[in-house]
Design a protein around this ligand. Structure first.
Ligand SMILES: Nc1ncnc2c1ncn2[C@@H]1O[C@H](COP(=O)(O)OP(=O)(O)O)[C@@H](O)[C@H]1O
Ligand SMILES: [Mg+2]
Length: 312
């Protein structure tokens, strides 16, 4: 399997008045084409820090990152923006949709910003919406969609640029458990069928059933790695953890078919708040118009000039 994402000895230390925070400590991992890797840990474990580093939205204090075989840690902002645009698809907990745009227009936005011609945009938007099971909802605005459907739009927007790598930070954090399972199923299908390398964080222990590999992190460190036997290649390293649920612990409510869009209508997620400026900022960061940007758990942007990596 081709390794598309490789982190070696990643460390990220935040400096604050209260002292140093070791949010990522000596993390090494690889994600291959066709693989769904779940990063699991409680709130504050360092999941967002790790995913921001892997997505080149933040710089490590030390360590290196390879994307599609290219070492990116030393690259400047323009080159990183190009890498993000061409190789990475981002999915956010708060969906990051523009409330005044339809589902199709939201999905189209990265292609518009990238200057893709109109005819090709239409074709690719249709394809992406179909891929997530939302072709019948193309004209609806986010407020007219359930939470699960909104996240499907977010996923369609992430794959419409045909990235090789998907990075999703708690994409199911605002969804009920049944909808969350169907979103995780969809991400697994995308990884397996389209050969994407997908890395997804969650704090929900029940959402690991579809993962090919589960990486537990606590206090910024990898504490356990578990390879799902059903999908493991011979020779994969396994370090079973007593804390990881066995197969029997997988959620019983996740039996729905992966691309089935109609299982989540009871979602209680409130309508998308007026996020226009923030969502645009996210879009622009994803497609390289804004040099660097990071996101807190609610998807809001953190000004990176607020603090700088130690030693970087
Ligand atoms: N910009 C920052 N400045 C200082 N500390 C931070 C910053 N971002 C995150 N942290 C700290 O780093 C640790 C890991 O945070 P985070 O990566 O957001 O965890 P998770 O996503 O697993 O909840 C936490 O202790 C958090 O408070
Ligand atoms: Mg987080």
């Amino acid at each position: 399997m081709t390794v598309l994402l490789r982190a070696s000895n990643l460390t990220r230390t935040y400096s604050s008045a209260a002292g140093d925070v070791h949010a990522c400590v000596d993390v090494s991992l690889e994600v291959s084409a066709g693989e769904l890797v779940v990063v699991r840990g409680p709130s504050g474990a360092g999941k967002s820090t790790l995913l921001n580093l892997l997505g080149t939205l933040d710089k490590p204090t030390s360590g290196t990152i390879e994307i599609d075989g290219k070492e990116v840690t030393a690259l400047g902002e323009d080159a990183l923006a190009t890498i993000r645009r061409d190789h990475l698809g981002f999915i956010f907990q708060s969906f990051g949709l523009v409330s005044i745009l339809s589902a199709a227009e939201n999905v189209e936005l990265p292609l518009r910003i990238a200057g893709v011609p109109a005819a090709e945009r239409t074709e690719r938007v249709d394809e992406a919406l179909e891929r997530v099971g939302l072709e019948k909802h193309a004209e609806q605005r986010p407020s007219e969609l359930s939470g699960g459907q909104q996240q499907r739009v977010g996923i369609a927007r992430a794959i419409v640029s045909r990235p090789h790598i998907l990075i999703a930070d708690e994409p199911t954090g605002q969804l009920d458990s049944r909808t969350a399972a169907s979103i995780m199923d969809l991400l697994a299908v995308l990884a397996h069928e389209q050969g994407l390398a997908a890395i997804v964080s969650t704090h929900d222990p029940l959402l690991v059933a579809r993962a090919d590999r589960v990486i537990d992190i606590h206090d910024g460190r990898i504490t356990a790695v578990r390879v799902n036997d059903a999908t493991a290649e011979p020779g994969d390293e396994t370090e079973p953890s007593a804390e990881v649920p066995e197969e029997g612990a997988e959620p019983t409510q996740s039996e729905s078919s992966p691309a089935e869009p109609d299982v989540e209508e009871q979602s209680e997620v409130p309508p998308t708040p007026p996020l226009t400026r923030k969502a645009l900022k996210i879009q622009r960061a994803m497609t390289g118009e804004i040099p660097i940007i990071r996101f807190s758990d609610d998807g809001s942007a953190i000004d990176p000039r607020g603090e700088t990596p130690q030693g970087g």
